[in-house]
Every structure is written in structure tokens, then in C-alpha cells.
Ligand binder design. Structure first.
Ligand code: ADP
Ligand code: MG
Length: 690
């Protein structure tokens, strides 16, 4: 029998009333397999004796004899006070709300006792303790006992009751359980079989046993996770590699766009579009991730890909994380694609009523070919006539669910996701495990790497002087601040007050404008448009300009309080300049009090221009502790495994799973069908930023 085949009701376990059942349900425990999979969140090692006299150093774990009963307090406050004694000392158990212990802790009997004791009113006493009856007189109980599980609880179920229930379930069912893992793997890694693994995860007889059980169950979960990932990749590709379809050559419409460009496609762009074309010629839908550093020209590749779908009469949706970026894409589309007879449209949450209704109607009837917008694209009322391709820009800003909700609006549409942010390996192996990846190597020609300088805040005038020279030469500049407005009156510079200072005091002869997330969309649009035209030469901003914004004439990026930004944000911000042929500069202005870690981060920025290298340095700086922390592991919660923490085992499990799928593409044990659903339910992982 497999674990999921236990169909007995929870009530089959003796001593389970409706209240306990409700409490279990609140913990998500509906069935006996759920209960057995309710792994301890911790274990208390009670295998070493800690006598009463050592209470100050550790929880006491001893065998003691009951000497006397006493009652203290009155009425409802009446509390049983039990005096006990072990070889080292005597102590007191205060049995708050446990009057029934009077009948258990009988005078003269010995018990194994575990609990935190403290010194009060002249006694060594405890109010929260566990007891266990000893057989016989207990004289032979030399050791402290065992390792006990500590469970997540809910109101209505106590730790002892939970332990008792799990124990009953194990006694009744564990021995008949079959392995989920192939025997060869159990042997290869010296794992437990299923039955001993379950027993030892709950009630290990030693720490070594507990660790082996944990290793077994983690591996089992990761193995099936990778089986699911691998199967999905196979299903999608129809068991054949896309690369065998077509030569990827440009289609007629793609060639027409190419011919209209004022520049040549880079080799990196060309090979990416060829891979995409092959995907699209294959019978199964595309699921490709397009990675390329900031400024490598991903937008153009996306447009070329869109043309392929449009050419075949389908509709395309292009999703961007900010309205600013969506609008920029829409403007580019109007410029580049409209002349080819494509009908693009722009849809965001702020487009209201009449215009919106007309637009939705056109989408539903096919009057629009290419719709570009923010998350408004996957809102309920948006219906497509024939959505054949979904393009997600800056995909790391979106969650899996959001991606899925737009995919559901088409009939197996092709999916192209773009990002400058390299995906950590664990994500690449799990949530993105079934994706194909293209990398745009290289930059458009003529780009000069941005020259980066750092400067102490007290040297800010030098930086401003430098920017003044660039402005005089006709260039434009960004000034970025960590805060919109500084309410606290600290000495942090903020965007609002610096916009004033730059405009009135430092650069009165050039137009200065301010942009941040609190402004309304129309103001943002007008501001960006003025900056684009060059009417505004200095743009003061927060990190709203971090993604996508493309103004080639801007040659200076000044980031103040740079130590307050993460490495990936700094890299993205720096990527806003160096987009034209002029030499560009980035200034990282840091506070006079800079931590060692802040220094290290700025150093990475000064020494590297490559986003992939920076992402790796970032991982190193933040260290595995940080990476394994809540921030990143939130994206995929399994029962006991954590793909980030257990990344080494994850890689092994992936290799093993893929090897098995090669000979048996349908391989999956029913117990693990749930992982498929888990993968579809994973939380958005915006917080996973590198
Ligand atoms: P990203 O990859 O960061 O999204 P963009 O798509 O915004 O980059 O492109 C950055 C800039 O490079 C744009 O101004 C775009 O017009 C320009 N560009 C794209 N491809 C080329 C090319 N092959 N040659 C020259 N410039 C290009
Ligand atoms: Mg982009």
C-alpha cells in the first residue's frame, strides 16, 4: 500500500473527538496521510540526562520520584503543586489547569520529567513540563529517554495529543507502506525505505536516524518535483526537441521590419530570433525565456517574434510591469510595426470607460492585432479573439499565477518571457524547470561600456560639476534617490527636495522634472515625453525608472545614497545610460558612513559591467544564509524540502528524475500528483530579486 492509499477516516484513530478533528483540520490535516505528513517542525533531544540541579543551563530531563501533593490558591485558581525529587535535588511542578495530574502523579511513583525550570519562592519549579510514566519503579531508567517531535499546533490540540495521534497512526499503518522511490535510488543514496523513514522522522531513536529520515523524505520530494518538471517539459515538446523544426530563417514580415531598421540586428539578437522561430514552427507551444543584459535589445526580438504570430492571423499580448514601460513599448510598436500594417493598442488600468470598452470590443473581434499593457491585460473582462502569443517583459516582476491567468485567455499560446535578471539555479530547476532559454550575447555595436565612479557625499559638488559639463555638451542626466520624500527630517536626500535644489540652485538653465510612483499616470507620461524630446534635460527619479526606460541621449546616471540600493537595482539603473553612442557615466554617491558590506557592493559595481557576473557576486555577498532565508524560499513551499536550502540535493534529484523519464516518460507515483498542483499554485516571487 502507498501512503495516499490509506483511506480510513481520521476517526479510525482512537481518541479523536470532533474538537480535536476541527483543530487538525485547521492545520490542513484532513486525512491520515496528511497527519503522517505533518512532519515535526523541530525535535527535542531528551536523550541526555539533565538533573534538576542543572536547571539553569538547560531544560531538565530527568527521572524523579513524587514526594508530596499540595494545593495552592482558591476557587478557580486552585492549583496542584507536586513536589518531586531526583538524585540531585528536589523541585516543584505547578500543574496550572491540569488538576487531573493529581491522579497521575501519585506519591511514591517515578516519572520521566522534561521541562524548563526556574527558581522562585525558594523552589526549583516548572509550570510547563512533560511527564512520562516509567515501567516498574523506574530505578533502571538511567538515560533521559528519547528524541521527541515538536509539531506545529493550532488552538484545540496540545503537543502531547498530537504526538499520541501521530504515534497511533504510525503503529497502525506505517509497516504496510511501500516505497515511493525506485529501489535503485534508495540503495544508491543509502536512504530509508518509506516505513522506517516516516517512523524516524516523527520518533527517531537517535539524531543520526532523524537526519537520515529527513534526507530520505527531502530527496523523495525533490525527486518527484523534478519528475513533474521533466514530464511537463516532455508534454509540451511532444517528446521531440523543438530545435529540429525548420531553419529559423526570418519570415517575410520579419524581413520587412529588419529592412526598415536604421541598424543591423546583432548576432545575439539574430540567433535568439532563430531559436524562437523554430519553437514556433514546432507543433507544441513555445515556452522560452529570453535573457539578455540591460540594453542588449530584447524589445526588438520580442517585436520580431510577435510578427511571426501576427503573420499567421493570431493576436499577441505584450505584458510589461509598469505603465511607463508599457507605454514606451506601445510607442515603439506604433513607430516600427504600424507601417507594416499591424494594428497595435495600449491597455492599462488607467484607461477608463469609453476608450476602454471600444478597445476591449476590438480585441474580442480581432480589430486589434497586438495589445501592449500592464497587468490590465489579464483582468477578467479582457477577451481575445485568437490569442496566440504572450510576451512578458521583465518577467521577474510577475508571479506564476499572473502569467498563468493571461495564458488561460488563449488556447495554448506561445510564451516568450524576457528578463535581464539571471534566474538563480534553483528557480531555473523548479518553477522554470520546463522552459527553454535563449541568451542574447553581446551588445549593439558602438556601445561604450558605462564608466562608473563612486564618490563620497561630501564630494558631491565634483559630481555635479561633471554632470554640468555633460549637460553643456547637450546630453541629459538622471538623478536617482531612494526616497520620494523624506518625512522624518533625517539627513537623507530625497527626490522631491533634490528636484527643487537641482532646478533652482545647481542647474537653473536646464529643464528639471520629477518622476516617481505617486504621480498620476498622465503627469508621468508628459514628463517622460518631455525628457524624451529633450525639453527636460534632468530627470529626478526614484527607482521607477529602474526597468526598461530607454532614452539614448541620456549619458549620466547619478545615484545618491547608492548604498541603499541592491546590486540588481544598481545594475538596472546604470543600464538606463550607455544606450547611445556617446560615452556614458554612472556616479554612485554614498553616505560618509558606509558599512563594510556597502563598500563591497559598490566595489562590485565599479569592477563589473556584466549583469550575470553582478548577479553572481550578489549571491556571494548575501551568502547562503540570506538566500536560504524566508525571502527566497517563499516561492515554492513543499512539505519538507526547500529547493533553495537543499539545492545540492535538488540537482542530484533532477539528474536522477530526468534519467528515469528517458526510459519511462510517464513515470510518476500518484502520491505526488499534488506537486503538479503545487507548482501551479506557487506564490508570485517578485521578492526573488537578484
Ligand atoms: P533591453 O534588452 O534592455 O530591453 P532595449 O530593447 O530597450 O534593451 O534596447 C536598447 C536600445 O538599443 C534601444 O534604443 C534599441 O533601439 C537599441 N537597439 C536594439 N537593437 C539594436 C541593434 N541591433 N543595433 C543598435 N541598436 C539597437
Ligand atoms: Mg527591456
Amino acid at each position: 500500500m502507498f501512503l495516499h492509499e490509506i483511506t480510513d477516516d481520521l476517526e479510525a484513530l482512537k481518541g479523536l473527538g470532533p474538537a480535536t478533528r476541527a483543530a487538525l483540520n485547521r492545520l490542513g490535516i484532513m486525512t491520515i496521510p496528511d497527519l503522517l505528513r505533518h512532519y515535526p517542525r523541530d525535535w527535542e533531544d531528551r536523550s541526555h540526562v539533565v538533573p534538576l540541579s542543572d536547571f539553569a543551563h538547560a531544560p531538565v530531563c530527568t527521572v524523579a520520584k513524587v514526594k508530596a501533593h499540595d494545593w495552592v490558591g482558591f476557587g478557580t485558581m486552585r492549583t496542584l503543586k507536586v513536589t518531586i525529587e531526583d538524585k540531585s535535588s528536589s523541585g516543584v511542578l505547578l500543574c496550572f489547569n491540569r488538576p487531573f495530574l493529581e491522579k497521575v502523579l501519585l506519591v511514591g511513583k517515578s516519572f520521566r520529567i522534561w521541562g524548563r525550570f526556574f527558581y522562585k519562592y525558594g523552589d526549583i519549579q516548572s509550570t510547563s513540563f512533560d511527564i512520562e510514566e516509567l515501567e516498574g519503579d523506574g530505578a533502571s531508567a538511567a538515560s533521559g529517554g528519547k528524541i521527541v517531535p515538536v509539531y506545529r499546533l493550532s488552538a484545540g490540540i496540545a503537543m502531547t495529543a498530537m504526538r499520541r495521534l501521530v504515534k497511533r497512526a504510525l503503529e497502525r499503518y506505517a509497516d504496510s507502506l511501500e516505497d515511493e522511490l525506485p529501489a535503485a535510488l534508495v540503495n544508491r543514496y543509502d536512504l530509508f525505505h518509506k516505513a522506517p523513514a516516516l517512523k524516524a522522522i516523527h520518533f527517531p531513536s537517535s539524531i543520526e536516524e532523524q537526519q537520515k529520515a529527513r534526507r530520505t523524505l527531502i530527496y523523495e520530494e525533490l525527486f518527484y518535483l523534478e519528475i513533474v518538471v521533466g514530464r511537463r517539459a516532455l508534454e509540451r515538446k511532444g517528446y521531440g526537441s523543438a530545435s529540429t523544426f525548420g531553419d529559423g530563417a526570418l519570415s517575410p514580415l520579419q524581413n520587412r521590419l529588419k529592412a526598415r531598421l536604421p541598424f543591423e540586428l546583432t548576432p545575439g539578437q539574430l540567433s535568439a530570433i532563430q531559436e524562437i522561430n523554430r519553437d514556433m514552427d514546432a507543433p507544441s507551444p513555445m515556452a522560452r525565456l529570453l535573457q539578455g543584459d540591460v540594453g542588449s535589445g530584447k524589445t526588438l526580438v520580442a517585436f520580431l517574434a510577435a510578427l511571426r504570430a501576427l503573420e499567421r492571423g493570431g493576436q499577441v499580448a505584450l505584458l510589461a510591469p509598469t505603465e511607463l514601460l508599457a507605454r514606451q513599448h506601445a510607442e515603439n510598436a506604433a513607430l516600427l510595426l504600424e507601417p507594416l500594417g499591424i494594428k497595435p493598442a495600449f491597455l492599462t488600468g488607467t484607461i477608463k470607460s469609453k476608450g476602454r470598452l471600444q478597445l476591449l470590443k476590438n480585441l474580442a473581434t480581432g480589430g486589434i492585432d497586438l495589445v501592449i499593457g500592464t497587468h490590465a491585460l489579464f483582468s477578467k473582462d479582457v477577451v481575445y479573439r485568437n490569442l496566440q502569443m504572450v510576451i512578458v517583459d521583465e518577467q521577474h516582476r510577475f508571479g506564476v499565477l499572473q502569467r498563468q491567468s493571461i495564458m488561460d485567455k488563449g488556447n495554448n499560446p506561445d510564451l516568450l518571457m524576457m528578463s535581464a535578471t539571471p534566474i538563480p539555479r534553483t528557480l531555473a530547476f523548479t518553477v522554470f524547470g520546463d522552459l527553454d532559454v535563449s541568451v542574447i550575447q553581446g551588445m549593439p555595436p558602438g556601445r561604450k561600456p558605462v564608466i562608473t565612479h563612486s564618490a563620497r557625499q561630501s564630494n558631491e559638488m565634483k559630481v555635479y560639476d561633471f554632470v554640468a559639463r555633460e549637460l553643456a555638451a547637450g546630453r541629459q542626466a538622471y538623478f536617482v534617490y531612494p526616497l520620494i520624500e523624506d518625512g522624518e527630517g533625517s539627513d537623507l536626500k530625497d527626490a522631491v527636495s533634490m528636484a527643487r535644489r537641482l532646478d533652482e540652485e545647481l542647474f537653473p538653465h536646464y529643464g528639471t522634472a520629477l518622476i516617481h510612483s505617486k504621480l498620476d499616470e498622465e503627469t508621468k507620461r508628459l514628463t517622460m515625453e518631455a525628457f524624451q524630446r529633450g525639453a527636460v534635460r534632468i530627470l529626478v527619479a526614484t527607482s521607477v525608472v529602474e526597468v526598461g526606460v530607454d532614452i539614448p541621449n541620456a549619458s549620466c546616471m547619478v545615484i545618491e545614497h547608492a548604498e541603499r540600493f541592491g546590486l540588481s537595482a544598481l545594475h538596472q539603473l546604470r543600464g538606463r545610460v550607455g544606450r547611445g553612442s556617446a560615452q556614458s557615466y554612472c556616479f554612485l554617491v554614498y553616505s560618509d558612513s558606509l558599512t563594510e558590506e556597502g563598500k563591497a557592493r559598490l566595489k562590485v559595481m565599479l569592477e563589473n559591467n556584466d549583469g550575470f557576473v553582478i548577479a553572481e557576486e550578489d549571491l556571494k555577498l548575501r551568502g547562503p544564509g540570506q538566500i536560504a532565508g524566508t525571502e527566497q524560499s517563499g516561492y515554492l513551499k513543499l512539505g519538507i524540502a526547500d529547493p533553495v536550502r537543499d539545492s545540492v540535493m535538488l540537482e542530484q534529484a533532477r539528474t536522477d528524475a530526468f534519467a528515469i523519464l528517458e526510459s519511462d516518460p510517464g513515470f510518476l507515483k500518484p502520491e505526488y500528483r499534488c506537486i503538479d498542483q503545487v507548482l501551479r499554485r506557487v506564490k508570485p516571487f517578485q521578492e526573488v530579486t537578484l
